[in-house]
Design a protein around this ligand. Structure first.
Ligand SMILES: [Mg+2]
Length: 348
């Protein structure tokens, strides 16, 4: 489906490790005042003054987290940054720096890594974070990308998973399930392509969900919006593994129960139509699909009027006493316990 557009193939060993980093990061500029020293010494130097520092790391492995037969390297670079920034925003913090480390096998020429770094550069630019370090090494099996994101926050402003109280409202941003359904479409097209490489897929009706999968956006805008609305969530988490597992995290850390209303879960029309086409239940997709990188948070009921008419937010349930348990209230008004799905990267 994605043809090799790299006509030129420069072998990585022609540059050497340090030459490679210099080459890939040559046009990265510093924009954060907390960055005292970025790339170019043994370590970066950061100065946050009186702020608290938030740190998060993710590791992406070819064949486990991404499939290069349909994920363009530029998108992969962008997404690797998004996945990490999303965790910083989920703390109510602003993201300031990232480090990017990669391990590559010799099947990747320099031109492929340039594409990857174009995506990293674009994400860093759009979100205003500095790339301040990283490492490159060789790998015997495919591509690994590890990103560490750093953010800052005023003292006492961090929002943890542990602050939700009974009767707090459960709120989610954007819509859910798009990324998972986008992946289903891409997987299907990959199979079609294997049988008939000349077949040009018509993906027009799936543009939104494919973009949700290939080029997710972390919700930096929501952190700003919540400040503007003068709403501080009582607990917050980002949706990387799916709504159900994130709700379970919030409930476990806050020691509360929850009622989630099926009819309140926000779904894009393209998710609904694609679920119908694939004969998959859209609620299951929202609950277990993951990779939406939306924010899930709880607020005191007193704050409800502040978010009520804002299209970015959907109130999807409320927190209960821990003893009440954690349930999905279906459209038919039956209560189904929400259970852990396990870690999908380890599933067959
Ligand atoms: Mg997270």
């Amino acid at each position: 489906m994605i043809e090799d557009k790299n006509q030129q193939r420069t072998q990585l060993e022609d540059l050497g490790e340090f030459g490679l980093i210099d080459h890939l990061t040559a046009n990265f500029k510093i924009s954060q005042k907390s960055t005292i020293k970025g790339i170019g010494d043994d370590a970066a130097v950061l100065d946050f003054g009186k702020k608290q520092v938030v740190v998060s790391t993710d590791l992406l492995v070819e064949g486990v987290h991404f499939d290069l037969s349909y994920v363009p390297l530029k998108h992969l670079g962008y997404k690797a940054i998004m996945v990490n920034l999303s965790d910083i925003y989920a703390m109510n913090a602003s993201a300031t720096q990232v480090t990017v480390s990669i391990a590559v096998s010799n099947r990747f020429p320099l031109e492929a890594l340039e594409e990857l770094y174009e995506g990293i550069h674009a994400a860093a630019n759009v979100y205003g974070v500095d790339v301040v370090g990283g490492d490159t090494t060789s790998s015997t099996s495919g591509l690994l990308i590890s990103v560490t994101a750093i953010g800052e926050i005023d003292k006492d402003e961090a929002v943890y998973r542990s602050g939700a109280k009974p009767n707090d409202l459960l709120v989610v941003t954007g819509d859910l399930g798009g990324s998972y359904m986008g992946l289903q479409v891409l997987e299907r097209e990959k199979e079609v392509f294997k049988v008939n490489p000349n077949n040009q897929p018509d993906l027009d009706q799936y543009t939104y969900i494919i973009e949700r999968q290939l080029k997710p956006e972390a919700r930096k805008d929501i952190i700003t919006l919540l400040k503007d609305l003068d709403v501080k969530p009582t607990a917050m988490i980002d949706i990387s593994d799916g709504l159900s597992s994130e709700i379970l995290h919030l409930c476990k850390h806050s020691k509360v129960g929850c009622d989630l209303y099926e009819d309140k879960i926000p779904l894009d029309p393209q998710v609904i139509s694609t679920c119908e086409e694939f004969n998959i239940d859209s609620t299951t997709v929202a609950l277990n699909g993951g990779e939406d990188y939306e924010l899930l948070f709880t607020i005191s009921q007193d704050d409800f009027p502040k978010i009520q008419s804002n299209p970015n937010f959907s109130v999807i349930g409320y927190m209960q006493e821990e003893s009440a348990g954690i349930h999905l209230v279906t459209r038919a008004e039956t209560k189904i316990p929400i259970k852990a799905q396990g870690w999908k990267n380890f599933k067959g």
